[in-house]
Design a protein around this ligand. Structure first.
Ligand SMILES: C[S@@+](CC[C@H](N)C(=O)[O-])C[C@H]1O[C@@H](n2cnc3c(N)ncnc32)[C@H](O)[C@@H]1O
Length: 448
């Protein structure tokens, strides 16, 4: 290992900063945020230091650096543009065994500043050993995206339970196993959301739970990059996945390798799994102690029957959580460049579904002919002709634009645009593909 990462408690420690320009100011901010007592030495000092450094706690000295300045310092940082001064500071500190950092010069450093993600008490540090600051900050950015917002609460929660855990699980290995199990459970999610009482029930129970839990998760409309961070995290932690027909293969590729993957899709004209059977499977798997991920297309609560699955879980007292996803209307509209609302064209949007029976769709048409309302139909093209006829028969302008979006947000996305009068004819002469979403309203004229 080139450098040993240590997290340095600098509260009330004396630190010396040599340099008075903008680079030094950035280091001063960092040291002050860690609670250091700072002495800044430089012949010229940026006036911004005066605002930052409160008198009494910190000291500003306007002169050149001298060897004896390092005496009594816990850490020295040299941030000058003068190579000779930097060299002098470094050599002095090395001789006296004081940790020293020289900005942008790893060869003169005994310690280097990592890039940090500060969600105190959680602090993550990333370093490339001074090789590439750009790579360091790129790695930092990627890691930051993986750390859930609730980690601060989770860390504080666990800190506050250390003594109770020690009493409940005196054996250190048993305690460790318990905490590892807790971190992957609904208890950790509860602690992150501030539901401490719920988290306590899980934390203090036996690590071999008799009851598992179910996560009903929205996988978005297709593009795997539209998965939420929470969905991705759960996909990596589940034991078994039950997924719909609409889940893209590339989304399933992100599920933990050794998880069981069970298809429970419903598709017109293909063998389907009955909803009761799915509900039953969720309950049975959770009762067997499994962490179950119910992965649904789009958002589970938008025409996704997530509500029925939730009711079945409540009835059987299975712990569960609902994780929203990007619904097809939002995803398809965004990728087709159609704003669902727009100050000048539509002040409301209505999501509609229905089952065409013999080509006839039964819907409250009178409520759907307002020109300032966008309509989004979540259904196949079987009822399209009837929908267009009914809209016009109830008074919607025949020139109203309409968009059909098939396989929205995926690489197979196809968008067909027409009007209430000609779209059916267009569909007769085109292979549109499915699943298909239909958007009707003036906003469609803005499609890119
Ligand atoms: C049973 S609903 C499920 C909706 C889902 N829960 C959601 O929030 O998007 C299925 C319908 O959603 C629409 N749909 C879902 N994903 C789609 C996509 N990627 N492209 C176009 N339409 C889609 C289609 O109209 C399909 O028939």
């Amino acid at each position: 290992m080139d450098y040993l990462p240590l997290h340095f408690d600098l509260r009330d420690q004396h630190c010396l900063l040599v340099g008075g320009g903008q680079v030094a100011l950035r280091k001063a901010n960092l040291l002050i945020s860690a609670g250091a007592r700072l002495t800044v030495i430089a012949p010229q000092i940026d006036p911004a230091f005066l605002d930052k450094l409160s008198v009494g706690m910190h000291t500003i000295v306007c002169r050149e650096f001298m060897t004896e300045d390092v005496k009594g310092q816990s850490l020295v940082v040299s941030a000058t543009s003068d190579r000779v001064v930097n060299q002098h500071v470094s050599e002095t500190c090395h001789e006296q065994g004081i940790p020293v950092n020289v900005v942008d010069n790893p060869d003169l450093c005994s310690v280097i500043f990592p890039a940090i993600i500060d969600r105190s008490p959680v602090v993550v540090s990333v370093s490339t050993g001074g090789q590439s600051p750009v790579l360091t900050s790129d790695l930092r950015r990627r890691i930051e995206a993986l750390i859930p917002e609730g980690v601060v609460r989770l860390a504080r929660y666990l800190g506050g339970r250390r003594q109770r855990l020690k009493t409940a699980f005196p054996d250190i290995d048993q305690r460790r196993r318990q905490t590892v199990w807790f971190l992957g459970s609904a208890g950790a999610t509860a602690a992150m959301a501030g539901r401490d009482a719920q988290a306590d029930q899980v934390l203090m129970e036996d690590a071999q739970p008799s009851l598992g839990e179910v996560y009903i998760v929205g996988a978005g409309p297709g593009d795997p990059d539209l998965l939420t961070l929470k969905a991705l995290d759960l996909m990596q932690r589940c034991d078994v996945v039950l997924h719909d027909a609409l889940i893209d293969r590339r989304v399933l590729d992100r599920v933990r390798r050794d998880a069981d993957i069970i298809y429970v899709g419903k598709q017109a004209g293909a063998p389907s799994t009955a909803q009761d059977q799915i509900n039953h499977q969720l309950v049975t798997l959770a009762r067997a102690g499994k962490r179950v991920l119910r992965l649904k297309g789009g958002d589970p609560f938008v025409f996704g029957r997530g509500g029925e699955e939730m009711e079945a879980l409540i009835e059987s007292s299975i712990p569960f959580e609902i994780v929203p996803g990007i619904t097809a209307a939002s995803g398809c509209a965004a990728y087709a460049g159609i704003p669902l609302t727009h100050r000048e064209y539509a002040q409301s949007v209505r999501f509609v579904t229905g089952h065409p029976k013999d080509g006839v769709v039964s819907l409250p048409w009178e409520e759907m002919v307002n020109d300032n309302q966008t309509l989004v139909f979540y259904m196949g093209l079987g009822g399209l002709e009837n929908i267009c006829e009914q809209m016009m028969a109830h008074g919607r302008d025949p020139d109203t634009p309409i968009a059909l979006i098939a396989n929205g947000t995926t690489e197979h996305q196809r968008v067909l645009i027409g009007s209430l009068t000609d779209i059916v004819d267009q569909v007769r002469h085109t292979e549109v593909g499915r699943p298909t979403l239909t958007i009707i309203g003036q906003v469609v004229s803005l499609a890119k």
